[in-house]
Design a protein around this ligand. Sequence first.
Ligand code: OGA
Ligand code: MN
Length: 277
Amino acid sequence: MTTATRTRLKFENAKPNIASRILNTKEELLSGELSAEIRELIEQRGVLVFPQINFTDDEQVEFTKTLGTFMPEMAGQDVYAISLDEKVNPNRDYLKGSLYWHADGTMNALPIGYALLTSKVLPTWGGNTEFCNTYAAYDALSAEDKALVANLRVMHSAWTSLFYYDPEPGQDMLERMMGIGDKELPVVWTHRSGRKSLVLGCTAHHVLGMDWTESARLLNRLREHATSEPFHYAHEWSVGDCVMWDNTGTMHRARPYDPDCGRLLTRTKTGGEEPIA
Ligand code: OGA
Ligand code: MN
């Protein structure tokens, strides 16, 4: 009698509430056999690390396609080069906002589903990527805070994040960012699964209908809570590491690094599967 052996996902948790390291081989990952287990695990863990898996661009695209609907960049390319070198990335200004806590595509009708980064060139200093688990942060709120935020809605805009890195922008720059529009979003995202996560970040401007000082106090307190140690994971890159996050249940940011050091990460992503509601 022959027994078919099915490849199983092998992993170890990095921290109790966030991030696991996946120990399977590249071949096992590219086979697609593990994608259902990966999707299930990342919804719990927020972040999956594939230490020095050394995906080529093509392999990263192939792997991403096993996880959901592959989403090319707006300009059409499959892989986006995260770099502050103008020769590599002509839109480097766009990355300045990534130094502040955010989720990707909050302003879109559907935010991004999963995003994957592979390290190609290390920074000389700084440049960790940090994540927080916004499901775990919601779950840990007190009953009072859960009741307080249950029905709150917040105005989000790209221009709000502009002021984080350019506090006195030219009017033309402000108008351009305002052209991206704004969006009212709930503080609590009730997912189709029934699980709830917090929607915060550097696009959040104010809570609708709340005194503006109270609003700033609350949004800052929630951000501080959500990004605090129990829900936080910092990834210090080695070349070839791939890190994947569930963009619907996490926030992330890059830590400052030498803008001229050549730090290079390559990103792929999948389309979100449900609107923030
Ligand atoms: C991103 C991002 C952070 C980094 O790719 O969306 O925010 O560390 N990257 O460069
Ligand atoms: Mn980002």
